[in-house]
Design a binder for this molecule. Structure first.
Ligand SMILES: *Cc1c(COP(=O)(O)O)cnc(C)c1O
Length: 755
């Protein structure tokens, strides 16, 4: 039977068994089962159970043979995977014939070969021993087409006879007017089951896929041999990786002791990494870096709930607690209470090469093997918070504001505030920063640059004098650039209906979940086609309402220091936790007090972001030094960090009696130690470090993605699995900013203060 995927095949069997006997059926499955198998339990009226291991299954099968069967017995379906999609372990095919040989009537086997068949032969030629039902996914074998199959042993085909539903193409005749009657097709089993139009293009393509696969690889046996050699190599290499202090890097999840060479292991490896101090490395961190390096790795619970819970040692109680605390499939709550919530998986296939294995191991070594000596490690880890390298303040340095930038449209290009203009700073950030966003016209979700890098080429300008927001589309190849002018006033007639910003805009893993934001949408066709044509997605501009009505709240920061700083001042403190917000799992103690939140607009995490020119320069130096000879590196521009305030420093030359020494005038990452700073009479507080993602890899001039600077940052600027660069800052609440207006301008000098 051709079906959409293996899951559809499983469901077809489940539905048939539900209708097979008026009492329904009992369902048993192995702990290694894929989620799609586990789900069958939902339609098993007689209940279901999970066999914890192979002995469990064998004991049950022996019981079938010895127990007296009687007429009251209800039908049973037993399902298991031919190969665990998590650990790659292969389970005995023999169980299917053992069940049949037990002589018990109406006990059926469902063999999930989706993972197994992708790299090894599936031999069903011995029909006496074959499973009653077998499912496969062709795309896992051939890559294309997206198609699956349910293979039914003909002797077990009668199970489908009582299936209640019938779809087009499965019936010999239907009477629907006057009376209700239909007759199933009697030609063959698949004729009765293939509901509706078949995916005929895919079925035709399958023929070519099989032919090409055979031409390239010869046979599935070749594929099996090839992949198991690769898997063996990869396994040995990963397992041998150690940090310089001797601690192991990889924890590989496997069920059998004799891992390879026995034919009971497929080329799938699931694992987690530990740093040199024995802490779990966050899986999503590895996944992001791998993506930057062009490596596709799967992370999470891998659709294998039983296997994951077993290998991670998660009890049902713990899993429920994690769920209640906000953990969801696909999110970035990687480690909760010191335990990983999922893992990483690599799968090798026919087209994988020894070179791929080398590349992957190199990647792991490059980013995760800690080659520092123990002494340095202790030093690095005793630093209190976010400080990466201890530095001593050199008072001779003078800092000044080198550049001020705002991002009037969230995720679009920067507007650099011209020198000489004083810009207003509000509690929620620089004036006009993230005042607008682009929303998808279908879903209402705010667009972002991670998904649409070309947003970097949309450059807004604020013309306060004439009250105009000018937006220019800067196509690198095309000239002249097109632009549009809108009024800065909220009375702009093209500002139309209000709409709730779709929840899809909120990051799954962050504290913004659950907050709803209402934006005002520009309804003019001219405006929406201006943006839609450029980005190739139906979207339009929307404006955030005046901040009093719908502010979001900035991430809670974990440092106690910041808590106390903010706590003292009531006008800064907003009501505690927002409905639906997540606690910050990354903080070590789970019962830390809730930190107050700071009002912000659409900016991501805090009112303002500060970076230092010296740190950017240092980073570029590091990128250059880390580059393999021969390959070209391009220095990254400071604007990839999308900061609001870029500071630079000047240091006077130091004269010695003999010569004038040009003292190295840069102290990179000095800002890491600041707890705040003054610009003129205004005080700013540092809220905490800024965590970075791959978005810093989008060149803001060309909208082209590359692997830097994220790749180098990940190697040199990581703390607790987070890649940090820049500082979140806000206006201090010491002054009453409701009455005085704070302004800054390029060139203002800045006086930092330290803990
Ligand atoms: C992939 C997989 C499935 C699900 O297959 P689909 O084609 O996505 O429905 C089921 N079981 C195992 C073991 C798998 O690896």
């Amino acid at each position: 039977m051709f079906v959409a995927n293996a899951t559809a095949g499983i469901k077809l069997v489940a539905d048939a068994l539900r209708d097979y006997d008026a009492r329904g059926f009992w369902y048993g499955y192995h702990a290694d089962a894929h989620t799609s198998l586990v789900g069958v339990g939902g339609v098993a009226e007689q209940g279901s159970g999970c066999f914890l291991d192979d002995q469990d299954v064998q004991g049950w099968i022996e019981g079938l043979a010895t127990e007296e069967s009687n007429a009251e017995d209800c039908p049973i379906l037993f399902a298991y995977p031919g190969q665990s999609n998590m650990t790659g372990r292969r389970l005995p095919v023999k169980w299917c014939s053992d069940i049949r040989d037990s002589g018990r009537k109406d006990v059926f086997s469902l063999f999930d070969a989706a993972s197994l068949a992708s790299t090894s032969p599936l031999d069903l030629s011995e029909s006496k021993a074959a499973p009653d039902f077998t499912v496969v996914s062709f795309y896992k074998i051939f890559g294309f087409p997206d198609l699956g199959a349910l293979i039914v042993r003909k002797d077990s085909g009668h199970v489908f006879a009582k299936r209640k539903y019938f779809g087009g193409g499965t019936v010999g005749m239907v009477i629907s007017l006057g009376e209700q009657w239909h007759a199933k097709k009697t030609t063959s089993i698949h004729d009765q089951l293939e509901d509706g139009t078949l995916p005929f293009h895919s079925i035709i393509a399958l023929d070519s896929a099989i032919a090409v696969h055979e031409r390239l690889y010869g046979s599935m046996k070749n594929v099996s041999q090839h992949t198991s050699i690769l898997a063996q190599t990869l396994y040995d290499r990963l397992l041998s990786l150690r940090h310089r202090n001797g601690n192991k890097l990889c924890s590989i999840y496997k069920s059998s002791e004799n891992y390879t060479g026995t034919g009971n292991q497929g080329p799938v490896i699931s694992f987690n990494l530990k740093d040199s101090m024995g802490n779990w490395i966050h899986k999503s961190d590895v996944e992001k870096l791998a993506a930057v390096k062009g490596i596709h790795i799967r992370s999470g619970t891998l659709c294998n709930p039983g296997g994951m819970a077993y290998h991670l040692g998660l009890t049902p109680g713990e899993m429920r607690r994690n769920y209640n605390a906000g953990q969801r499939c696909g999110d970035e709550n990687d480690v909760i209470n010191g335990k990983p919530t999922g893992g990483l998986r690599i799968s090798l296939g026919a087209m994988s090469s020894a070179n791929d294995v080398e590349k992957f191991v190199d990647f792991i070594c490059e980013f995760y093997v800690d080659s520092r000596a123990s002494r340095e490690l202790i030093h690095a880890n005793t630093e209190s918070g976010d400080v990466i390298q201890p530095l001593s303040p050199l008072s001779a340095s003078e800092f000044y504001v080198e550049q001020l930038c705002i991002y009037p449209i969230k995720s679009c290009g920067a507007y650099a505030i011209p020198a000489g203009i004083r810009w207003v700073v509000k509690r929620e950030g620089l004036e006009w920063d993230r005042e607008w966003c682009l929303i998808h016209e279908g879903t209402g979700a705010a667009l972002n640059q991670k998904r649409y890098p070309r947003m970097a080429l949309i450059r807004p300008t604020i013309d306060q004098e004439n009250g105009i927001l000018r937006i220019t589309l800067t196509e690198p190849q095309a000239y002249p650039n097109s632009s549009i002018e809108l009024s800065l006033s909220r009375d702009d007639p093209s500002l139309g209906r209000s709409t709730e910003l779709s929840q899809a805009t909120t990051k799954k893993s962050s504290t913004v979940c659950g907050d709803s934001v209402t934006v005002q949408v520009y309804s003019s066709d001219k405006i929406s086609s201006f943006f839609s044509d450029f980005l190739g997605v139906p979207c339009t501009l929307a404006r955030f309402p005046p901040h009093q009505h719908a502010a979001r709240y900035s991430k809670s920061y974990k440092s106690q220091r910041q808590v106390s700083q903010l706590n003292g001042h009531d006008n800064f403190q907003l009501p505690g936790s927002m409905p639906g917000t997540f606690p910050d799992f990354t903080s070590n103690a789970s019962n830390e007090p809730q930190t107050p939140r700071t009002q912000i607009l659409l900016s991501n995490e805090s009112p303002m972001l500060l970076i230092s020119r010296s740190s950017v320069n240092k980073l570029n130096e590091t990128i250059k030094n880390g580059t393999r000879p021969g390959s070209t590196t391009k220095a990254v521009s400071a604007d990839v960090f999308r900061a609001n305030i870029i500071i630079a420093e000047t240091r006077p030359r130091i004269s010695s009696p003999y010569t004038t020494v040009h003292q190295k005038s840069e102290q990179p990452y000095f800002e890491d130690q600041w707890s705040g700073f003054d610009i003129g009479v205004s005080r700013f507080n540092v809220l905490g470090p800024c965590q970075r993602c791959q978005m810093v890899c989008v060149d803001q001039l060309t909208a082209v993605r590359s692997e830097e600077p994220f790749s180098t940052l990940a190697k040199t600027r990581k703390v607790d699995g987070k890649v940090l660069f820049g500082r979140h800052v806000c206006l201090s609440s010491l002054d009453n900013y409701e009455v005085t207006t704070v302004t800054v301008k390029v060139g203002d000098s800045l006086t930092p203060f330290y803990e």
